[in-house]
Design a binder for this molecule. Sequence first.
Ligand code: SF4
Length: 346
Amino acid sequence: MFAQTLLKWHCHHGRHDLPWQGTCDPYPIWVSEIMLQQTQVTTVIPYYRQFMQRFPTVTALAAATQDELLDCWTGLGYYARARNLHRAARRVVDERAGCFPEQFDEVLDLPGIGRSTAGAILAFAFGQRHAILDGNVKRVLARCFAVAGYPGDTAVARELWALSERCTPRQDVPSYTQAIMDLGSTVCTRRNPQCGCCPLASRCQAHARQEIGRYPGSRPKRKRPLRHVTMILVRNTDGCVLLEQRPAEGIWGGLWSFPECPAEETAAAFCRRYLGTAVTVDQPWPALRHGFTHFELSIQPQPVRYAGQDDKVLHGAERIWYKPGSAPARGLAAPVRKLLNNLETI
Ligand code: SF4
């Protein structure tokens, strides 16, 4: 049987010492499942440890400011996950006195939790039987049962969910869930799967047909559009740089960044209009690229010098003067952090 084979393999070859294992407390399990979305275990571990130290309980997380939370998340990417986790924590505290729900529909109703994540949390925390379908599971099932097509297509996803339901055993659901995740991330990897030591090799259709590369089908090719933005690096006479908080929604929502100058405006005109001040414009730095799921961003960093009074360009709590090299304690998008590091060395 599929599940029995995986469970046996997991006893000896699965991962049993991840920092979020060995507990039935839904909070650490929930945090880890959110962090693991689109992110590999090895990347997640240091972020998870730091996060749990800063926010050891759902109450601590709910009481945190968005800045504190995003500071902890900086570098992990997909910041909507952090904002949703924060919103969900506040709901769990406000509406349920800090008790995580045990009903599938109630879990699914929390921000940032989809069907697979809800199933995984309930399986690990409460031993409930739910199918899951994260990226690793999709790959294992698509190969083992030769499910052709891109898993993002509704019909393919439906077929994979049905298979996942069928394969999930009645007993030992937490171990099975961990086993299939582990197989996908350590043996049935995206590139160079190790079929020679795979417990499913004798029943795997992709392996039998020597067509592993066909499964799962790739996302239909679509060139990502390229967007351009000019970031204005305003420095004062003390070497501090002006940062402002981005709106809560949209890319890098709630993170701190540089003011952005529209393409049709010069840096000097923008600073006059937007900051209400004159600046000295320096040579632009080389552009850098940053990839998002749906588009590519070309960032043109434009340094300018400001010699006026610091508080004249501040705007309530939304702008600060930041000294490059000091601990930011605020969430920064990866390219912004990179530019700040460059400023530090100037
Ligand atoms: S035999 Fe190979 S392709 Fe099939 S499930 Fe195992 S590792 Fe994946």
